[in-house]
Design a protein around this ligand. Structure first.
Ligand code: C5P
Length: 401
């Protein structure tokens, strides 16, 4: 699994730095190539000679080598790596990473790395529990970094609690799992609808909703990371793609979204309907701007195509359709009805009753239901992490069937 994989490790100042020597040995045994960056503080805990001997590569600490004057390019290092592991990650480095501070080679490489970044914190229990550290770690996760939570145990201070760096053997398993997941959806084509739609009233006005598109974009990102070919049909949003390989088709109205989805559906293995498609549109948008007048104004609305329903009717044996439901009442019952009506394989329910869940927030709280009923309920978390949960569920479903 790790043969030929290029692993860059950033070591910070922490007692746990000695564990990195063991990790490097394990990685080399697995056939990985390993390069190490150390912060100045890390030099107080373990020598570069130990790590360079084990990794079979020079250990880098400065932008410029003192003896040779040679330039260590953080950009080249970031491009070289298939994965960047920051371990042990100290509270100081975590805080700088969360805030884009760039005052050493490790941090500059972090900012320029295009590969997945894993962060394994190591610190004393109270530092780890501190609200500022927690906030910084949450920020790092929301940027798409992978957090390796520090387990409970005995700490160098003599205290016990969370804050120990994850053991090298466990870190190795986490990295292996990552590379396994990377190929989980290879060869599969995924269609995702995201964002709101705009339904034209006249040349300057439209009907829409508060959907931000964040959930659909997070799903597109997660699936592309795991090897899927992703076609993202996006309604109007200001969101940017995190990966150039995602094929985004930008549309405005429900009818446009439907046409594009129809064109892609036959060659789609998995369709995820996360868009908040407007159910109705003005029957005939006015050609000129509608002028205000003394009396009330009526606009006749006609029904839009229900994309999930229509494509559910066309679904073939191996295709998997996933829908979303945003309910204000009778949540499970309504979501189950939608699942059946739209011929979905499973449905993700977000409750409007949960604070922090739903349309434009950064976080979401979901439950997943399939034809057998409620399968799983999750805690409130950032949408990038919700996307991981949904994709894990999807992966189990397609790989177990
Ligand atoms: O019926 P309701 O709008 O609540 O269903 C929500 C699900 O159906 C979502 O997955 C949404 O993306 C999809 N949908 C659709 N086209 C519509 C309306 C909803 O694809 N016109």
């Amino acid at each position: 699994m790790l043969h030929g994989k290029k692993i860059l490790i950033g070591v910070c100042g922490s007692i746990a730095a000695y564990k990195i020597a063991i990790l490097i040995r394990l990685l080399i045994k697995q056939g990985a190539e390993v390069k190490i960056i150390m912060t100045n503080s890390a030099l107080d805990f373990i020598t570069p000679l130990t790590l360079s001997t084990l990794s079979r590569n020079p250990v880098l600490t400065q932008f410029q080598e003192e003896k040779t004057g040679e330039w260590n390019s953080h950009i080249d290092l970031g491009l070289w790596a298939d994965l960047f592991l920051i371990a042990p990650a100290s509270a100081k480095t975590i805080s700088k990473m969360a805030n884009g501070i760039c005052d050493n080679l490790l941090l500059a490489t972090y900012l320029s790395a295009r590969c997945p970044v894993f962060v394994a914190p190591a610190m004393d229990v109270d530092m780890y529990q501190h609200a500022s550290t927690k906030g910084n770690l949450e920020k790092l996760s929301s940027y798409g970094n992978h957090l390796v939570e520090a387990p409970y145990g005995e700490l160098a201070s003599g205290l016990s609690g969370e804050g120990r760096m994850t053991e090298p053997e466990d870190l190795l398993e986490i990295l292996k799992e990552h590379f396994k997941k990377k190929d989980e959806f290879r060869g599969l084509s995924v269609l995702i609808t995201a964002g709101p739609t705009h339904e034209k009233i006249d040349p300057v006005r439209f009907i829409s909703n508060f959907s931000s598109g964040k959930m659909g974009y997070a799903l597109a990102d997660e699936l592309a990371k795991r090897g899927a070919t992703v076609n993202l049909v996006s309604g109007p949003t200001h969101l940017r793609l995190k990966q150039a390989k995602i094929n985004r088709i930008q549309v405005s109205s429900a009818q446009d979204m439907y046409k594009v989805c129809l064109a892609f559906y036959e060659k789609t293995d998995i369709a995820i309907f996360s868009a908040a498609v407007a159910d109705y549109r003005p029957s005939i948008p006015a050609e000129q701007k509608i002028k205000k007048s003394a009396g009330p104004l009526s606009i006749e609305l006609v029904k839009n195509p229900d994309i999930a329903f229509e494509l559910g009717q066309k679904k073939k044996n191996k295709q998997v359709n996933v829908g979303f439901a945003l309910e204000t009442d009778n949540e499970i019952r309504n979501a189950t009805l939608k699942l059946k009506e739209k011929n979905l394989d499973f449905i993700v329910l977000n409750s409007m009753q949960d604070k922090g869940a739903g349309f434009s927030s950064e976080t979401n709280k979901i439950s997943i239901l399939d034809e057998t009923g409620l399968k799983k309920s999750f805690e409130l978390k950032h949408k990038t992490l919700v996307a991981k949960d949904i994709v894990d569920f999807l992966s189990n479903r397609i790989h177990d069937s």
